[in-house]
Design a protein around this ligand. Structure first.
Ligand code: P6P
Length: 334
């Protein structure tokens, strides 16, 4: 029986990957794991606690109806970052503006974190998988000062680390620091994330496509061509077309494609002319993971991680998954 490797042990072992590491990033990743365990507990009991389910009664900066659990998760992560000492500021899907922590310890923090505390939260009440997505950057502003907007608006190629937590049939944390992708499953009996998916590699191709096909007539023609020509035809050497799998939770769709191979497409549409998904705390972190696992992440026309961000909640079209499939989809776009 192989040795159980906890996330904490793994992080400490891998600290040597960073010659000048003095432990801050390790502590930050451990803090994220702790907050994720707490959110996981809340997610799994949401149906039993009246003040956990349903809408909060307001809309967030995205114009989306906030769920109670969105706010609970957001507060959990913000509190962890504010008190952990490694983070000088954050930006979150659930908050209009970024936050610069003004306590003396945090002002010395080396990192900023951009995150979506609970993606797919419209699925909470119907018990479908949801997730947390996070992206970590070194601050650009001087240590000891308040974090600023420039600290938040950094290209995806400058990410120090990125990851997601999937609250699914099990709770998993998957992350990269630029040295490959590793997945950890929460063992609720010992309260530890344990290494379950070492060195994750996204299959170069696959037979699963994830898209809200309700949008097929309000997005560019090339996407319909891709879906009909590649996904819905029985191609040579196969006895059936691809399978359409769309969970409506980006983290869950992404994670399945990471393991089995597949493509996730959320294009720009007539109703969402810039696309729906947010560059900084959804697309960039998943793009980092996809590329580190051998996959590809583009807007349909350019590499996601090379986009110069202009706004905190900037949206982009998102094509992510198996390299060959993303390339095929891009070839259909004019
Ligand atoms: P639609 C959830 O709100 C989300 O951001 C992703 O998790 C998901 O893939 C997508 O939006 C679902 O959007 O328009 O298909 O309901």
């Amino acid at each position: 029986m192989s040795k159980v490797v906890t996330l904490h042990e793994f992080i400490m072992d891998r600290q040597a990957d960073f010659p000048y590491a003095t432990g801050e990033l390790s502590r930050l990743l451990s803090d994220i794991a702790i907050a994720s365990k707490i959110v996981s507990k809340d997610v799994r009991r949401a149906g039993l606690l009246e003040n956990f389910l349903g809408a909060q009664g307001n809309t967030n900066v995205q114009g989306e109806e906030q769920q109670k659990l969105d706010v609970i998760a957001d507060r959990q992560f913000i509190n962890m970052f504010r008190t952990g000492g490694e983070v000088c500021g954050i930006a979150s899907e659930e908050n209009d503006d970024y936050m610069a922590f003004d306590n003396e310890t945090s002002k010395k923090g080396k990192y900023v974190v951009l995150f979506d505390p609970l993606d797919g939260s419209s699925n909470i009440d119907v018990n479908v998988s949801i997730g947390t997505i996070f992206s970590i950057y070194r601050r650009k502003s001087e240590a000891g000062t308040l974090a600023n907007l420039d600290d938040m608006l950094q290209k995806g190629t400058d990410q120090v680390a990125a990851g997601y937590v999937l609250y699914g049939s099990s709770t998993m944390l998957v992350y990269t620091t630029g040295k490959g992708v590793n997945g950890f499953t929460l063992d609720p009996y010992i309260g530890e994330f344990c290494l379950s998916h070492p060195n994750m590699q996204m299959p170069e191709s696959g037979r699963i496509y994830a898209m809200n096909e309700g949008n097929i007539n309000i997005c560019e023609e090339g996407i319909k061509e891709y879906i009909q020509t590649y996904c819905q035809q029985t191609l040579e050497g196969h006895n059936r077309p691809y399978s359409g799998r769309y969970i409506g939770s980006l983290v869950a769709d992404f994670h399945r494609n990471l393991i089995k191979g597949g493509i996730y497409i959320y294009p720009d549409t007539i109703t969402d002319p810039e696309g729906k998904l947010r560059l900084l705390y959804e697309c960039n972190p998943l793009a980092f993971i996809a590329e580190q696992a051998g996959g590809l992440a583009t807007t349909g026309r350019k590499r996601v991680m090379e986009i110069e961000p202009e706004r905190l909640h900037q949206r982009i079209p998102f094509f992510v998954g198996s390299k060959k499939m993303v390339e095929e989809a891009m070839s259909c776009l004019k």
